[in-house]
Design a protein around this ligand. Structure first.
Ligand code: NAP
Length: 494
């Protein structure tokens, strides 16, 4: 598959003619795509195309923009099977999750299409006679979108659809690990009738094309999802040039399991949250804070269940856990496992790369569980982004909440308990943007805001429904209309 840039409504090679490749992480002998490697000239062209298309797109009534997004949602639904398979081939997640990735894009397309008829501001009474007071939503202009590889269709869609419905034009720079998925999404947007220049796609390295794009003078705002290290670097750079930016970054999410919890349910939540998407979710459950009365029993249940998970190609029906995205990430996860051992944590299952059978040609790591982890260990504080779960013991709910909160991240947390007072306390006191009760740390829905606190995000969610994406991708203009026909002194001194 040969993947080009999409600029001003045309599929074009990179100006320098260079390319790079994306691979199937379950079998790296399979090249998924050969892709345009963009430089500054390509970014210049994309920003110029987006700027040119902005006035007409902004001028199109929002309900008409919504109709185009609705068609995109229909095309995504029709192509869900094909796209889901591509997600698994290029990113590695198992088939059901690949399809789920596409389903999120479908959901956000239909949701945002409807928002085209609801982009409301406010009308409030004036303090003066003969005067109206209202606020309107206006687009930001040209928005640069930088996305990671772990939700290669869903995350670009979470950004593109709300940005478009608000009247912005966009340039997407997707992860270099999953360019074919991004291109497949943009192809469907083109088919849905998005006018030339409204959506542009530029492939290439984050450090080069990505950084140049985010700081480009023609760009009005930036939405970034990825690691905290890159996001915070960009926040520093863009703060200096006063450019609005939303960041969705890393996590160190935790599940509290109290002594009155339904342990079978909690186990299911831990397996799904810890090892789903091979632990490569920003909301992955990488810490368990378990009440001392059930600690040993639960760790034993978890170790047994984790050891039974089957690794392999996500397209095979019996695979539970797919590969790690690339070799660099695999090495990073293995390094964390060595760190855990050297810090004195007890490795109860897993811990090794898998290099035989169905896993012989990919980047696989055994589902790994550490017990006797203390809150100060690095494996309990830093994002690992792989199939590694750390079990920490607690004496009561107060201690559990303080352990969960005592990290730099604040994305997602969960509590399993049958005591309504305990779960209510947790809802109030957990310092994360998302809290789950008797459910795992994953499973957010698109109609509510999605975003992290502390080093997990800029604090204002740019994903999800109103209060999230619509608020980020539009800015407010306040209009006072005086129809009294005279200078009202009260305007000077009320
Ligand atoms: P990453 O290395 O930070 O990369 C994210 C994106 O930024 C990629 O498109 C990357 O391009 C680009 N990039 C890298 N350096 C850049 C720079 N200097 N300027 C501009 N762009 C740059 O993250 P990742 O490994 O793809 O994704 C995993 C991370 O994303 C994890 O930390 C995870 O928690 C986080 N994440 C957060 C959320 C959330 O909603 N909070 C959701 C999903 C993932 P290249 O691919 O070319 O390097």
């Amino acid at each position: 598959m040969h993947i080009l840039n999409f600029i001003g409504g045309e599929w074009v090679s990179a100006a320098g003619g260079k390319t790079f490749q994306s691979f199937n992480p379950a079998d790296t002998r399979q090249i998924v795509a050969t892709v345009a490697l963009s430089g500054t000239e390509d970014v210049d062209r994309a920003t110029a195309a987006a700027r040119k298309a902005f006035p007409a797109w902004r001028g199109m009534p929002a309900p008409r923009r919504g109709e185009i997004l609705f068609r995109a949602g229909e095309l995504l639904s029709r192509e869900k099977g094909r796209l889901g398979e591509l997600v698994t081939r290029e990113m590695g997640k198992v088939s059901a999750e690949g399809l789920g990735d596409v389903q999120e894009a479908i959901d956000i397309a239909f949701y945002m299409a409807g928002e085209g008829r609801r982009l409301q501001g406010e009308t409030v009474p004036s303090e003066l006679p003969g005067k109206d007071c209202k606020s309107l939503r206006a687009p930001l202009g040209v928005v640069a979108l930088i996305t990671p590889w772990n939700f290669p269709i869903a995350i670009p869609a979470w950004k593109i659809f709300p940005a478009l419905i608000c009247g912005n034009t966009v340039i997407l720079k997707p992860s270099s690990d999953t360019p074919a998925c991004a291109a497949a999404l943009v192809e469907l947007l083109e088919k849905a009738g998005i006018p030339p220049g409204v959506v542009n796609l530029v492939h290439g390295s984050g450090e080069m094309a990505g950084e140049y794009l985010t700081t480009h003078p023609e760009v009005n705002a930036v939405s970034f999802t990825g690691s905290s290290i890159v996001g915070e670097k960009l926040e520093g750079m863009l703060g200096k040039i006063h450019r609005p930016m939303a960041t969705e970054m890393g996590g160190k999410n935790a599940i509290i399991i109290m002594d009155d919890a339904d342990l079978t349910l909690a186990l299911e939540g831990v397996l799904w949250g810890g090892f789903g998407t091979t632990g490569q979710r920003c909301t992955a459950a990488s810490r368990l804070v378990i009440h001392e009365k059930i600690y040993d029993r639960f760790v034993e249940m978890l170790a047994e269940a984790a050891a039974r998970l089957r690794l392999g190609d996500g397209l095979e029906e019996d695979t539970d856990v797919g590969p790690i995205i690339n070799e660099r990430q695999q090495q990073k996860v293995l390094e964390y496992i060595r760190t855990g051992v050297s810090e004195g944590a007890r490795l109860v299952t897993g811990g090794k790369p898998v290099t035989t059978g169905a896993c012989a040609h990919g980047y696989f790591i055994e589902p790994t569980v550490f017990a006797d982890v203390t809150p100060t260990m690095r494996i309990a504080r830093e994002e690992i982004f792989g199939p590694v779960v750390s079990a920490i013991k607690c004496a009561d709910l107060d201690e559990a909440i303080s352990i969960v909160n005592d990290v730099g991240y604040g994305l997602s947390s969960a509590i399993y308990s049958r005591d309504v007072n305990k779960t209510a306390r947790a809802e109030h006191d957990l310092e994360t943007g998302i809290v789950y009760v008797n459910a795992s740390t994953i499973g957010a829905e698109i109609q509510l805001p999605f975003g992290g606190w502390k080093h997990s995000g800029s604090g204002h969610p740019e994903a999800g429904g109103r209060g999230g994406a619509i608020d980020f991708y539009s800015r407010v203009k306040v209009v006072y209309r005086d129809f009294s026909g005279k200078l009202q002194r009260a305007q000077i001194d009320k």
